[in-house]
Design a protein around this ligand. Structure first.
Ligand SMILES: [Zn+2]
Length: 1068
């Protein structure tokens, strides 16, 4: 690549471009007059004279002029240079229907021809190509033919959420690029699993999968669409039962009573991912009193003086959990105060019928009363309650530990405990009502102190008899009200207040949930956390930050609640003893259930009788057992996907080479897959994990319907309603965009981005069309052997081979944006501005079967075949379109023709091309720099009206670098056309000067001095070319006029024409 960079190296001149222009202009002004006089023949080159006699008669050349030129509008010229130069285009112009006299030599010019359209016409052509693949089973054949090592990209969790958005497109296209690349890779790998889609719930999933498949197909995503695998397939479900069983036998599955998110409206436990937090939820919060019973003996009478009227003041947003209270927690490090309620200031804050706040009766009671609250909150509470509070004593939270208080409802004594840092003075009182059956932090604190886990609430969210007088009441409704009323009656309610906060709702029913301790099945992450952490460090994470994310999440996660109370999904395959409630779960029961489900699907669990579900051995005890009604967490479903794919004998290797999903899956699928795999197989299910960011709009904002900035992949492909405002760009433009972004972070898309990408696509298409057009008469037998190629061609092949290798490396590293950059820089810019530009002369007028044209075509064919194949994973339709328009057959070693681009393999590495000598690499780097500088002087000469086309110029060079001078001199006199320096400059002549003397300078109107990297300065001069213009090739030479039969031709064209059958001028 260093070479490429070299050729890209900006201006190496000792002048900046504008300075160079100024210098050159100064020269020009004093020489202009001279120039006019000397333009015809006063200058002599060392090379051009002598071969073909002296110049003879000057013909009236201008009578026969046809004004053709290569311009940016020419379809076949990817170069957008405005400068008019290059070979004859007479024939083209004539064939374009212009009524000008046709050039006499039109038929001797080899103009490009191809059936490959300039326009992509993607809306028609892409579906045609997709049908071509389908009809010919190209994907299947590519997979079947591949008999080497398998590459497995395991597809991610299902998108069972309807229509596809840009995120899906990014994800699927990235996978498809990898998949297609791997299918072409010489090291012969195949992918069995990537294309297989999965989805969750039966009907919905199947319908969704169908519409999604249609979209994915339109993106050009390959897949085994006839055989997708769904989590609802019996085979899949059986594999999942197996994973559960394996984890249970390892001792990682247990049943426990813990508070979980519970949805009374759908009567099930919920995962964090199944909750939403709508705005505007209002809870009924209360400040309540819990009367202190005693202080611990160790307190040395610290609070004696305030008894018996000393109370703990607590605050809660869930009064219905008060019956389940088991402790009050304080923060050991906070300062607390004993305060006396001195005077009731009136119902100030609750006046004027404000329903948001209501004071309890206790404050209105004329009675001395002491409360304990956090010191920092005293002023806040004074204002809120409308009372005067006097601080009587302060103490630390740790001093309160083990005080006892009376439970406000059943009057049993409960302890004050030390909670965690979750206790602050941001709100409430600094004392936290603790109900381990209804809160996660409460549960943890409860475990520490051995508190009872009380949860007197049933599946419907109604109080059980454990809640005594509240039995049957709805905790989120009348139950809550009843508790508040009771506390007030007991003179334990200070205040009731509406409180707006984030509160979890069931994402399906849109109803509030509760925290509730129930018997659930858990996977003990603690049991295999260490192995998981070690496995994480063995996986390659792309980008590397992914490792930190999943490490943090895995190290801190609590045990995984895997049971759900749903009527659909895969059952937890456990029987319970009717009397003892003991679960029955062992290898025999698991094996038996697995075999049933593999055959009949998981529905069998629900409709079959216990005696049939039990293995033979237990059948006579069937009456003692009932089957469990819990199903597995959907994350357990998707997290077991590796087991279906890799579990079978003959399946792909385990672990998968790659998982690729959005960054949110560090919490989701990457983690659930890791946990199930570690617990059963002891290793991660993947070797590498790639994450991609989110798709944002052009300004970097999140896309949302309300903002109206949603970019729909379908609109990009098919176009919008107004085809002018939103034209359809086709799938390849969308795919090219995917390749262009650094997907490891968030990526942006919008109309402008897509327009730019489509412009790059158009140019790339133009480059490919140039190649196809100039190979219209090509056959492999025409190829010139490497050793016979001119240096310019060997250099081009060297660069091509380097580029192909770099692209391959970038595919291997999943750095697609690098490929995009190389395509943009090398294929579109570098090739067009140098090799292709110079090649036109050889191709069009060099002579159909001349060595110079055939060697150029040898190089072009190599480029075409390589470029089409290396872009194929990203731009499959374009690559196939090229392949279908190949004017020649591409055959593999066994002689069979490769009919589709995806039947071809990755270009075979060519060591010979790479072995271009280092000093030549260096030299050609200088030639490219020199050419850039020569072009600048030519540009100045053009501005000064000395020349129009660069072919009207002669270039002079001088350098004191002897070796460079000698090489350049060789090229001025090169025997092969292709390496001739003036051809490379696209001028008519080039000459090396031994000295730059005043005498010579007078004849050279434009000049400048430039520094070429690694060499001395090079002096460049430009004058008008000697001789007359050849009618056929537009090059100027004194030879024109030398040939009697063809008086308007140059020597080269004379030779070409003389061997061509020409009706008008018969060959003598
Ligand atoms: Zn010519």
């Amino acid at each position: 690549m260093s070479l490429l960079r070299k050729s890209l190296a900006a201006n190496s001149s000792i002048f900046t471009p504008s300075e160079a222009a100024t210098v050159a202009m100064i020269h020009s002004s004093s020489h202009r007059v001279l120039l006019r006089r000397s333009s015809s023949s006063s200058l002599r080159t060392a090379t051009s004279a002598g071969l073909f006699y002296r110049r003879g008669v000057v013909f009236s050349l201008f009578n026969n002029v046809t004004h053709y030129s290569t311009s940016s509008s020419d379809d076949f010229f990817p170069s957008s240079k405005q400068r008019s130069r290059g070979p004859v285009m007479a024939a083209k112009k004539a064939s374009g229907g212009e009524k000008q006299e046709e050039g006499r030599y039109k038929h001797t010019v080899d103009l490009p021809k191809t059936t490959f359209g300039m326009r992509a016409n993607a809306l028609v052509r892409e579906p045609e190509i997709q049908k071509l693949w389908e009809d010919n089973q190209v994907f299947k054949k590519a997979v079947d033919k591949n008999d080497g090592e398998i590459f497995v990209l395991h597809d991610g969790p299902p998108y069972a959420n309807g229509d596809l958005h840009m995120g899906h497109a990014l994800n699927k296209i990235l996978k498809d690029i990898i998949n297609r690349y791997k299918s072409m890779d010489q090291e012969a790998r195949k992918d069995l699993t990537q294309p297989k889609l999965r989805a969750k719930a039966a009907k919905f999933a199947k319908a969704t999968v169908k519409t999604q498949m249609a979209s994915f197909k339109r993106y050009g995503v390959w897949g085994d669409w006839d055989r997708p695998y769904l989590t609802l397939d019996p085979e899949y479900e059986a594999a999942q039962i197996e994973v559960f069983g394996q984890m249970a036998f390892q001792g990682y599955i247990y049943r426990g009573r813990k508070p979980v998110h519970w949805s009374p409206s759908s009567r099930t436990a919920l995962a964090e991912a199944e909750l939403e937090y709508p705005e505007g939820h209002v809870s009924k919060s209360i400040y309540a009193l819990f009367r202190l019973a005693s202080t611990p003996p160790t307190s040395n009478g610290l609070l004696e003086e305030f008894f018996p009227d000393l109370c703990l003041a607590i605050w809660t947003t869930t009064p219905w959990t008060v019956p389940a209270n088991a402790a009050v927690a304080v923060n050991a490090k906070l300062q607390y105060a004993v305060i006396e309620v001195q005077s009731f200031l009136g119902d100030a804050s609750t006046s004027s019928g404000n329903k948001k706040q209501r004071l309890g009766h206790v404050l209105k009671e004329e009675k001395q009363r002491f409360l304990i609250v956090a010191s920092d909150l005293v002023p806040t509470l004074e204002a809120k309650w409308g009372v005067k509070l006097a601080v009587k004593k302060t103490l630390l939270g740790s001093d309160l530990e083990n005080c006892q208080y009376f439970h406000p409802i059943d009057k049993r004594e409960c302890p004050v405990v030390i909670g965690g840092d979750y206790i602050t003075t941001e709100s409430g009182t600094g004392l936290v009502h603790t109900a381990p059956g209804h809160g996660r932090e409460d549960y943890v604190t409860g475990l520490k102190y051995g508190l009872p886990i009380i949860s007197p609430v049933d599946d419907d969210g109604k109080f059980t008899e454990e809640a005594m007088q509240f039995i049957g009441l709805d905790v989120l409704g009348d139950g809550n009200i009843a508790v508040v009323k009771y506390l007030d009656e007991q003179m334990l309610l200070i205040m009731e207040e509406s409180y707006q906060h984030n509160y979890p709702y069931d994402w399906r029913t849109k109803k509030p949930t509760i925290f509730r301790a129930t018997e659930q099945w858990f996977a003990s992450v603690e049991g295999f956390r260490q192995s998981a952490m070690e496995a994480i460090s063995q996986v390659k994470w792309i980008p590397p930050q992914g490792e930190n994310r999943i490490t943090a999440m895995t190290s801190s996660r609590s045990d995984w609640c895997i049971s759900r109370q749903r009527t659909w999904g895969v059952p937890i395959p456990v029987f319970y003893h009717l009397k003892t409630k003991e679960p029955l779960l062992n290898e025999e029961t698991i094996d038996h259930i697995k075999s049933i489900i593999a055959l009949k699907g998981s529905d069998a669990w629900w409709y079959m009788k216990v005696e049939d579900l039990l293995p033979e051995k237990y059948r006579d005890q069937a009456l003692d057992y009932e089957k469990g009604m819990d199903t597995m967490d959907v994350w357990f479903d998707s997290g077991s996907s590796w087991a279906t794919v890799f579990g079978k004998s003959g399946g792909p290797k385990f672990p998968a080479d790659l998982y690729l999903e959005g960054t949110d899956q560090h919490r989701g699928w990457f983690q659930s897959s890791l946990l199930t795999s570690i617990a059963t197989k002891g290793k991660a299910p993947y070797s590498s994990v790639i994450t991609h960011g989110f798709v944002l709009d052009e300004k970097g904002c999140k896309m949302s319907k309300s903002l109206g900035n949603v970019v729909d992949p379908r609109t990009i492909i098919e176009g919008g309603r107004n085809s002018k405002e939103a034209p359809g760009y086709g799938a390849d433009v969308l795919r090219l965009w995917v390749s262009s972004v650094d997907y490891t972070g968030d990526v942006m898309i919008g109309t402008q981005v897509i327009q730019q990408i489509s412009e790059i696509y158009r140019k790339l298409r133009g480059t490919l069309r140039y190649l196809l057009g100039n190979l219209h008469d090509w056959e492999a037998v025409n190829a010139v052997s490497y050793n016979d190629l001119p240096m310019i061609d060997k250099h081009a092949l060297f660069q091509l081979e380097n580029v192909v290798n770099t692209i391959r490396e970038s595919y291997d590293n999943y750095a697609f944006f690098k490929i995009f950059q190389i395509i943009q820089r090398f294929v579109i810019v570098d090739l067009s501005s140098f090799y292709f530009d110079v090649a036109k002369d050889r191709l069009y007028v060099g002579g159909t079967s001349s060595l110079t044209r055939r060697s150029c075509q040898t190089v072009l064919a190599a480029h075409l075949l390589s470029i089409a194949r290396v872009i194929a994973p990203i731009l499959p339709h374009l690559a196939e379109d090229v392949w279908q328009n190949l004017p020649f057959q591409f055959t593999v070693q066994d002689g069979s023709a490769v009919k589709f681009v995806f039947e071809s393999k990755w270009p075979v590495p060519n060591e010979k091309w790479l072995a271009f000598p280092i000093e030549e690499i260096d030299f050609w780097g200088k030639i490219l720099q020199l050419r850039t500088e020569v072009n600048k002087v030519l540009e100045v000469a053009r501005t000064g009206k000395l020349i129009g086309s660069s072919l009207e110029a002669k270039v002079y060079l001088h350098t004191s670098d002897a070796s460079l001078a000698s090489r350049l001199h060789e090229m001025c006199t090169a025997s092969n056309e292709a390496d001739a320096l003036h051809r490379i400059f696209i001028t008519s002549q080039a000459e090396m000067l031994h000295h730059v003397e005043n005498e010579i300078l007078k004849t050279i109107p434009y000049s400048g001095e430039y520094l070429i990297q690694g060499s001395d300065r090079v002096w460049i001069g430009v004058s008008r070319a000697e001789g007359l213009k050849c009618e056929r090739c537009w090059n100027y030479t004194p030879q024109v006029g030398s040939f009697v039969e063809h008086p308007t031709l140059c020597g080269r064209c004379y030779k070409v024409v003389a061997v061509q059958p020409e009706p008008a001028a018969a060959v003598c």
